[in-house]
Design a protein around this ligand. Structure first.
Ligand SMILES: Nc1ncnc2c1ncn2[C@@H]1O[C@H](COP(=O)(O)OP(=O)(O)OP(=O)(O)O)[C@@H](O)[C@H]1O
Ligand SMILES: [Mg+2]
Length: 423
């Protein structure tokens, strides 16, 4: 520490690229998905699916808050557990939920709901618990008498499991066994809400075709709409600017930067948060009083080769193993010049054929944002492929500058922003 020299002013980073955005003040957009979740839970259990980082956990957390009664008339009881690869049996799957629902006092043979609710005595249930028979415990918990200690008859007990893709088979058995039990008992207010990387729900259906009956709805999450992405960016950046002002400093924000970040993210929430976060960090490391594309340059390779390297490595590997990498490169070559990527359907069909396109859509690589065009689920897959391609020929900075300029100049999506900005 040097007491003579003041610490340089540091911007507080409003972006949350490594946190689940489940709190109302952190959560943007997705209003359709939220109401769909709310309405669907009236009728059955729900599965939330989508690619990595698209916002499944955030929607799950925000949805549970809604059902819990945050700014709503609901009064459900909600439990959230996280699946993992060690879950290899129906009992270990049940245990995920049981441990977040109850505490057991072996001495007094009493059980207590962690969710706020009564204590009750049941030597038998305590024994099941200590013997590791967690499915039997869970079945007890959802029987009429015990359940009535916890939740009003008209409201639901929501059993949420995130990362369901880590253990789809034991979860299938758990859902089947528990919901069959509640139906036999005439209990109609227990629901599962499962979230995970697609196609986990198809895996569940493959394991047990009848499971679909318990889930009338699967919500497939895609990128955010342009307006939602814009709301997120606007809220974060104005919070940043207000904070700076309150501290008696100033910061300028280039309006083009916002449009570029939105275009480069394609509305992918994790990418939006990462881009925003790196831009702020870069300004802190090398301050010049303005957030602009100079701050954005480093972000591209950091995201492609550090933050999300694992996701791209495994996608690229998967494409290679299935001999589809060249087809993707063809699609992303000259056909789609700007960001976000938009490829006209006819052009795509001619280039690689219907089956290959469907293969990409099934694996969350291509999206279908409109009837007549394909998009990329994750724009950084394209950025990464481009950087891999040209790594030997050009410097990283040149590639980044080129991508940045394409993000702004050539994209019809961006032209709309241009008009918007000038209004
Ligand atoms: N609705 C939203 N509003 C604001 N930020 C969001 C929203 N949804 C997701 N995010 C942000 O995107 C990132 C990924 O979100 P989340 O963890 O919910 O995705 P996920 O699909 O569960 O990812 P994973 O596949 O890794 O489990 C986080 O940084 C989160 O802050
Ligand atoms: Mg998640």
């Amino acid at each position: 520490l040097n007491p003579g020299k003041p610490e340089p002013y540091r911007l507080r980073n409003p972006f949350t690229p490594s946190e689940i955005a489940g709190k109302p003040e952190d959560f943007f957009g997705r209003s359709e998905e939220l109401s769909l979740l709310e309405a669907s839970l009236e009728r059955s259990s729900v599965a939330i699916q989508g690619p990595i980082g698209i916002g499944k956990s955030s929607l799950l957390a925000r949805g549970l808050l809604l059902m819990d009664g945050f700014a709503s008339a609901h009064d459900c009881k909600t439990v959230i557990a996280v699946g993992d690869r060690d879950v290899d049996s129906v009992d270990s799957a049940a245990r995920l939920l049981v441990e977040s629902m109850i505490e057991v006092d072996e001495k007094s043979q009493k059980l207590k709901f962690k969710l706020g609710g009564a204590e009750w005595e049941s030597g038998e249930t305590v024994r099941y618990f200590t013997e590791g028979r967690h499915l039997a415990v869970l079945k007890r918990l959802v029987e009429k008498e015990t359940l009535s200690l916890l939740v009003a008859e008209r409201e639901y007990l929501l059993l949420a499991i995130d990362e369901a893709d880590k253990c789809p088979v034991p979860l299938t058995r758990l859902v089947r066994s528990l919901l069959t039990h509640t139906q036999q008992q005439g209990v109609g207010n227990v629901r599962f809400v499962l979230a995970g990387v697609s196609p986990f729900f198809q895996e569940m259906v493959e394991e047990d075709g009848g499971i679909a009956r318990f889930f009338r709805r699967t919500i497939s999450l895609a990128t955010m709409a342009r307006g939602e992405a814009e709301d997120l960016m606007a809220a974060k950046l104005s919070a940043l600017a207000e904070g700076v002002e309150a501290d008696g400093f100033g910061i300028e924000i280039d309006p083009n930067l916002v449009s570029r970040m939105i275009a480069l993210s394609g509305g992918h929430p994790h990418l939006l948060q990462l881009l925003g976060s790196h831009v702020v960090e870069n300004e802190n490391e090398d301050p010049d009083g303005i957030l602009d594309s100079r701050d954005l340059v480093n972000a591209l390779s950091r995201i492609a080769y550090e933050d999300r390297a694992q996701a791209y490595n495994s996608t690229i590997h998967m494409l290679e193993v299935n001999s589809r990498l060249e087809a993707l490169r063809t699609l992303l070559g000259d056909i789609a010049p700007g960001f976000p990527t938009r490829i006209t359907r006819d052009v795509a069909l001619r280039a690689v054929g219907r089956d290959v396109l469907q293969w990409f859509v099934d694996r969350n690589i291509l999206s279908t944002p409109g009837d007549r065009e394909y998009g990329l689920v994750d724009e950084f897959l394209r950025i990464r492929l481009k950087m891999d391609d040209e790594a030997n020929e050009a410097t990283a900075a040149e590639i980044e500058q080129e991508i940045l300029s394409r993000g702004w100049l050539d994209s019809p999506y961006d032209q709309r922003y241009l008009e918007f900005d000038e209004d």
